[in-house]
Write a protein that binds this ligand. Structure first.
Ligand SMILES: Cc1ncc(COP(=O)(O)O)c(C=O)c1O
Length: 285
């Protein structure tokens, strides 16, 4: 099939498996970085824009505004190009420079929130405030508000269809991270509708407040809810069986280890799937 727009390349991402023989389990990674904007957020970004155009909250030639750490922003920049919209991304000093460059290259306007923030402090509250303000003030503008936008979880319907097709032998458990909660909710609800026995495990950074633990600064970008911010209204706790936390060191070490590994079988010495708690416990040396 020949595609004619970049956004038609969203989805159909491959799977990579890691055997865990001593647990008689296989860990399967859905490689969402293969989406054209580099993350699963491409799916929900386009879904939010399509929904707003369909119900008239956004008119052709209008402006979309969103607070983003970079991934949603890149997805929205792609959707803005597809539909001929202006896009303003509201970011803070925490956003990765490569993501800012990518959004700019795709035509997004970047607005930094002002303030005297610590290096490890995520200024989500200020970002949300400025994005809401711009959305209300600029003519023809709409604040996408991903934390409160039902088209965010809806945007993952295609991912679940892909998973069910790619894993015909069934899925016992799903592990995902939680920021707004849109992906965890959209995926978990659908998986459970298909098979109520699927266990769902949501992962947040240590320092995030989604599951009631005390907040403190963390470096994992995009995921989690920092202290002072509100947990996303799109998050449905009812479809999540367990919440676990990972430290920055665990997250960064595990990502690098998996990216650099040459032999799948050696991973079992480093990544253990605990059957007792059904939590993914990266073992960091
Ligand atoms: C790559 C990536 N994964 C996961 C998340 C969190 O996903 P959600 O907002 O659906 O909870 C984000 C949030 O920005 C992200 O950028």
């Amino acid at each position: 099939m020949l595609h004619t727009t970049v956004t038609q390349l969203i989805g159909q991402t491959p799977l990579m498996s890691i055997d865990v023989p001593d647990r008689n389990a296989t860990l399967v990674l859905k490689i969402e970085k293969n989406n054209p904007g580099g993350s699963m957020k491409d799916r929900m970004a386009r879904s939010m824009v399509v929904a707003a155009l369909q119900d008239g909250r956004l008119a052709p030639g209008g402006t979309i505004v969103e607070s983003s750490s970079g991934n949603t922003g890149t997805g929205l920049a792609l959707a803005a190009l597809e539909f001929g919209l202006r896009f303003i991304a509201v970011v803070d000093h925490h956003a990765a420079p490569d993501k800012i460059r990518m959004m700019r290259a795709l035509g997004a306007e970047i607005r930094y929130v002002e303030g005297d923030f610590r290096e490890d402090e995520v200024a989500v509250v200020e970002r949300q405030k400025l994005a809401a303000q711009l959305g209300a003030q600029l003519p023809g503008a709409l604040f996408m508000n991903q934390s409160d936008n039902p088209a965010n979880p809806e945007g993952y319907a295609g991912l679940v269809d892909e998973l069910l097709g790619q894993l015909p032998n069934g899925i016992n458990a799903f592990v995902g991270c939680v920021g707004t909660g849109g992906s965890m909710t959209g995926i978990s609800q659908r998986l459970k509708r298909h098979n109520p026995a699927v266990r769902t495990i949501a992962v947040e950074p240590a320092g995030s407040i989604v599951f009631g633990k005390p907040g403190h600064p963390y470096y994992q970008s995009g995921t989690g809810t920092p202290a002072g911010d509100e947990v996303g209204k799109v998050l449905d706790y009812g479809c999540i069986d367990e919440g676990v936390q990972v430290t920055d060191t665990q997250a960064f070490e595990t990502a690098r280890y998996i990216a650099r590994r040459r032999d799948c079988s050696s991973v079992v010495q480093r990544v253990a799937l605990s059957t007792r708690r059904w939590s993914l416990s990266p073992l960091v040396s």
